[in-house]
Design a protein around this ligand. Sequence first.
Ligand code: ME8
Length: 492
Amino acid sequence: MPKNVSKKTFYVTTPIYYINAKPHIGHAYSTIVADVLARWHRNLGEETFFSVGTDEHGAKIAEASEKQGLPPKEFADIMSEKFRECWKLLNIQYDDLIRTTETRHKESVVSFMQELYKRKFIYQAEYEGWYCKGCEKFLTEKELVSGMCPDHKRPAEWIKEKNYFFKLKKFLPKIQQMICDGDMQIVPKKRENEVLSLLKQNLPDFSVSRQNVRWGIPLPFDPTQTIYVWVEALQNYISILGFSTTAAQQGERFQKFWPADVQIIGKEISKFHCIFWPALLLALALPLPKKFLVGGFFTFDGQKMSKSLGNVLAPKTLVERFGVDGTRFLLLSQFPYGEDGDIALAGCVERYNAHLADNVGNLVSRIGTMIQKYLQGRIETHPEKQIILEETNKSIEERFSALMARDQIQEALLSLFEASTKLNQHIEEVKPWKLAKTHPTILKQHLLSWSHTLHVIGRCLAPFLPNTGERIQRAFRGPEFQNPGILFPKIS
Ligand code: ME8
């Protein structure tokens, strides 16, 4: 099904998060990255769709709700709301949020599974193996550490049951070829290599149903089983678009936005996303996502930050201290996308002050003060200086856009701070306080030039720090300077 090509579209997704516990900064990070891309592509004039969601079925959620003494759906309602609140707090501008307990998701998944069965890609078999409820997946002997799941530090359970299996093997060569041909990109390269090496391991077919998990969507052709939570969760990316195998019920959104342009995921779920998900899509002859951006982990003392281990940092803690844009900055600037990194709260204060309060914040306030003092608050275009201005600003914007196009998200953000540092240094060299006395006309030209540069920086910064970017643009858009106030108060 070809994508509607009348206007360039852009579809970006985040993983749908488990709701067994509240969101932490790992979830915030991948969601903010998706938000940056969505905002950037909207600014480029593309018709953009940005999806988020919550993964609400399966043994892990059933267990968590039981611990709270609540029916699973009631528990899911409460917990899903926490994610919604968190995205609001972080100024995430998503287009839709899908919950896997919603009817629209269930209907879409049922039609998908029925079609797989009809096309004979599903068969029944006995299965036994070690299962980790935390991961919601079977683990091999080799993956276990002293009988425990290495990620969740809990004993795996031996499970033997009747299952339905999907003919994964049939699709592995095609997936490998699509990755090698660049038709389905996996970024960064080292994650692509990991997926390619998994593909060479001759993976077995995987189970698409569970016999003893009641909290899930019944398998349409055998309601004594529920659909394996991962299989239905992956389908959220198309159920949110209204996917159906019945042409008459096919959603307009699906026609317009599928295949996804970018799917943001963490490295621990790349096997599901870059192998299982494409295989399911190929079985129904659907196009594959164009790109996966695979993120690393925030760690605490070298250990993965995870809801199950309880070593988490809540986004709210950071927002209370550093504000929304401060938090977005700290998370996005800490590591190149795709790398792991240990979170050090102490370093956050230093980075906030150095980049936000003392660099960009200070630059905006000193140029603003000079415009009020020397130009009586008027920012007018100045034909003689226009050429020089455009060249400087063009290079800031071009460098930034090139980095964004290469998915170097952290580097793109930091390039704006480099531009700001340079401008701060340039002001020191020019010594405006002296020029004001000796060459007021030249000072005026400089001030106009600097305010244009700030306007460009504000425009590029807006997808990352929306409020700050908007305030900077408004301040220096002209013809009247609009005082943005203090952007980032210094923190001690
Ligand atoms: O895996 N550092 O949900 P999940 C950085 N429901 N990112 C992190 C992180 C950390 N310490 N911890 C989590 C699931 N993430 C499934 C997904 S999608 C069809 C189903 C981020 O709640 C990262 O993006 O465990 C990771 O892949 C995702 O949250 C997993 O969230």
